[in-house]
Design a protein around this ligand. Structure first.
Ligand code: ADP
Ligand code: ADP
Ligand code: ZN
Length: 221
């Protein structure tokens, strides 16, 4: 099963991807996490990507496609995977579809999480992330058991460098200009399921589980 979680920054893709990993036993492929790991490790690719990420722009298709192409052929992806934050351009989507086709695979579900602009800003300004395992939290909406400490691995949580208000506004504009058109693309492909990303995390999880198991209760637009 190949699932794409689609939506603007802060719509809950990472949060819901973690649920899919636990519930369906397929790995999460987050291009944002992979790029942050490269930046942290100081690899040549990380050095190239850093300034673009800090400004909230998109890293080049070539770099991102290279990372994904290498990741999806790993053994743990044989039964499927959930993509979070990829594809973000039409070119990335076209390339994904063609390299999946080479091994007889295709995207099964695109779940679009729709959230309005003010909610995005509130969410990203309160987002906290575990720098060790990548798990996401929110200071009001999704608190860890112990303040500022990751439930999963005990590491102290951080605020991402690109979750400042200025960069967030830029990322929303970049989404509107370069990524939002993919919704129509996925609709035409016949794999798009749209749900509201604004409810309780557990309600959204239930809707996603229903879509992925029974073909969906959502707005299959
Ligand atoms: P994305 O991966 O799409 O950027 P995240 O999953 O990191 O989004 O979520 C952004 C922030 O919003 C995080 O702090 C997360 O804990 C919080 N969040 C996620 N889903 C919800 C929700 N349904 N209601 C309120 N807050 C949420
Ligand atoms: P968000 O919480 O905004 O969804 P991500 O963690 O997915 O953020 O991505 C963080 C940054 O990494 C993006 O602002 C962008 O610079 C870069 N990035 C992640 N995925 C991609 C992609 N598919 N194409 C281009 N750049 C990407
Ligand atoms: Zn952790």
């Amino acid at each position: 099963m190949i699932v794409v979680l689609f939506g603007p920054p802060g719509s809950g893709k990472g949060t819901q991807a973690q649920f899919i990993v636990e519930h369906f036993g397929i790995p999460q492929i987050s291009t944002g996490d992979m790029l942050r790991a490269a930046v942290k490790a100081g690899t040549p690719l990380g050095v190239i990507a850093k300034s673009t990420m800090d400004a909230g722009g998109l890293v080049s298709d070539e770099v991102v496609l290279g990372l994904v192409a290498e990741r999806v052929v790993a053994d743990d992806c044989a039964k499927g995977f959930v993509l979070d934050g990829f594809p973000r351009t039409i070119h990335q989507a076209d390339s994904l579809i063609s390299f999946l086709k080479e091994s007889g695979k295709s995207i099964n579900f695109v779940v679009s999480l729709d959230v309005d602009r003010q909610d995005i800003i509130n969410r990203l300004s309160g987002r906290r992330t575990c720098p060790a395992c990548g798990k996401g939290y929110h200071i009001f909406f999704n608190k860890p058991v112990c303040e500022s400490v990751c439930d999963a691995c005990g590491t102290t949580l951080i605020q991402r460098a690109d979750d400042t208000e200025e960069t967030v506004i830029n990322r929303i504009d970049v989404y509107d200009e370069q990524t939002s058109a993919l919704k129509k693309y996925f609709k035409e492909l016949g794999v798009l399921f749209c749900i509201s990303g604004s409810g309780q995390i557990s309600d959204i999880q239930a809707q996603i589980a229903s879509i992925l198991t029974s073909g969906g209760i959502g707005d299959h637009s």
